[in-house]
Ligand binder design. Structure first.
Ligand SMILES: Cc1cc2nc3c(=O)[nH]c(=O)nc-3n(C[C@H](O)[C@H](O)[C@H](O)COP(=O)(O)OP(=O)(O)OC[C@H]3O[C@@H](n4cnc5c(N)ncnc54)[C@H](O)[C@@H]3O)c2cc1C
Length: 334
């Protein structure tokens, strides 16, 4: 299992694969988990989800931003989606990644880009802006920027990754800031993060309970894990916690029926909806989390209608073949 996870994580970090994939548009099953490449199709998806009582947080996909120009384009895309959301009067906000806004180019530049987004958010109905958690190596930069912004803006929030040993302390700093709690999606070293599912789940539950009992701001519990979700439902009931102080979140395309069911039970529910050309890294991280998601890829490859799209170049095909063989053998072992 860890080997398969490592392969997918390595692919997600491969710049050449990401660039090649960007040129061809979502393929290999990614179209099931990416709402669309453009804003129009993304807004259509949001409207459908809103009709089910589900709000959305939109992620303008983007990896490997290395120039100021790319970071500024990402910023403009994010502002544009906020403008379009506002004009379409849909229930959606944005989730942004500071690496996409130039964090690894120049921290001050990334701060200014993010601040500009928050100023525009104010114009567009004071919409909420979530700053996603990324790799541990980016945590200091992300935290520094959030600490500067949270004094000036009320509509900014961030994410706590339960796999980090230090997550409880980090969360403690943000009791008055809207937070999303997740298990954590990247591969981190054992001196930084818990490695086993049991340890991560245990810490995740501790964080959720502490947060729901003590926070002065809204909380998003972002997981597809029914054991955690059931635990939370029972915990809020036992502790008389206001349902409007939190929501559940899931990623678009995963456990959709389950998401609809939770929303229909009267819980606040928000779907994380990624869109854009830069789908590859995001998709590989989803496969790393749950290699069974390789089903999405297999179904698409064997769907004759899509045969023409599978022209990714020799390197990607070779990589994908290895993944498929690895995935199938993993599934057989289960
Ligand atoms: C809305 C949202 C936002 C996120 N934002 C961030 C972020 O900013 N930074 C970050 O590092 N990570 C983020 N993540 C990813 C997160 O950290 C986890 O990597 C990811 O959610 C997988 O963990 P899990 O909690 O879903 O449970 P897992 O431990 O992956 O799954 C637990 C169990 O749930 C069931 N299950 C899970 N998925 C499925 C499925 N598709 N079908 C059927 N059963 C399933 C299985 O029984 C599985 O054993 C986000 C996740 C979500 C949902």
């Amino acid at each position: 299992m860890p080997v398969v996870k490592d392969i997918f994580i390595a692919l997600s970090n491969n710049k050449f694969m990401n660039e090649s994939a960007k040129r061809m548009g979502p393929a290999l099953g990614a179209n099931k988990v990416v709402a669309g490449v453009d804003i129009d199709s993304t807004i259509e998806t949001v409207e459908k989800l809103n009709m089910k009582g589900i709000s959305c947080t939109l992620d303008n996909l983007g990896e490997f931003v290395t120039s100021r120009q790319e970071a500024l384009e990402a910023q403009q895309n994010i502002v544009e989606i906020m403008r379009r959301n506002y004009n379409a009067n849909i229930d959606a906000h944005v989730s942004i990644k500071l690496t996409q806004l130039g964090l690894n180019i120049d921290r001050e530049f990334a701060y200014q880009n993010t601040r500009e987004i928050l100023l525009k958010a104010h114009e567009y109905g004071n919409t909420f802006v979530n700053i996603d958690a990324e790799k541990f190596e980016d945590l200091v930069g992300i935290t520094e920027i959030i600490d500067r912004l949270k004094g000036e803006f009320k509509n900014v929030g961030t994410v706590i990754q339960a796999y980090l040993y230090d997550s409880m302390n980090i969360m403690g700093k943000y009791s008055d800031v809207r937070l999303r709690l997740v298990k954590g999606a990247y591969k981190e070293a054992s001196h930084i993060a818990y490695q086993t599912k049991e340890e991560i789940d245990q810490n995740y539950i501790k964080l959720i309970e502490r947060r729901l009992l003590t926070a002065k701001a809204f909380t998003s519990i972002a997981t597809h894990d029914h054991n955690i979700i059931n635990h939370v439902k029972q915990f809020v009931k036992d502790n008389n916690i206001d349902r409007n102080s939190f929501e559940f979140q899931m990623l678009f395309g995963f456990r959709t029926d389950y998401a609809y069911q939770i929303a229909s039970e009267g819980y606040n529910f928000c779907m994380y909806v990624p869109f854009g050309q830069d789908w590859f890294g995001y998709f590989m991280r989803r496969l790393a989390e749950r290699p069974q998601n390789i089903n999405l890829m297999l179904l698409d490859i064997f769907n004759k209608k899509n045969k023409g799209k599978i022209t990714f170049g020799a390197t990607l095909l070779a990589g994908v073949s290895i993944l498929i063989v690895g995935g199938i053998s993993l599934l057989k072992k289960k």
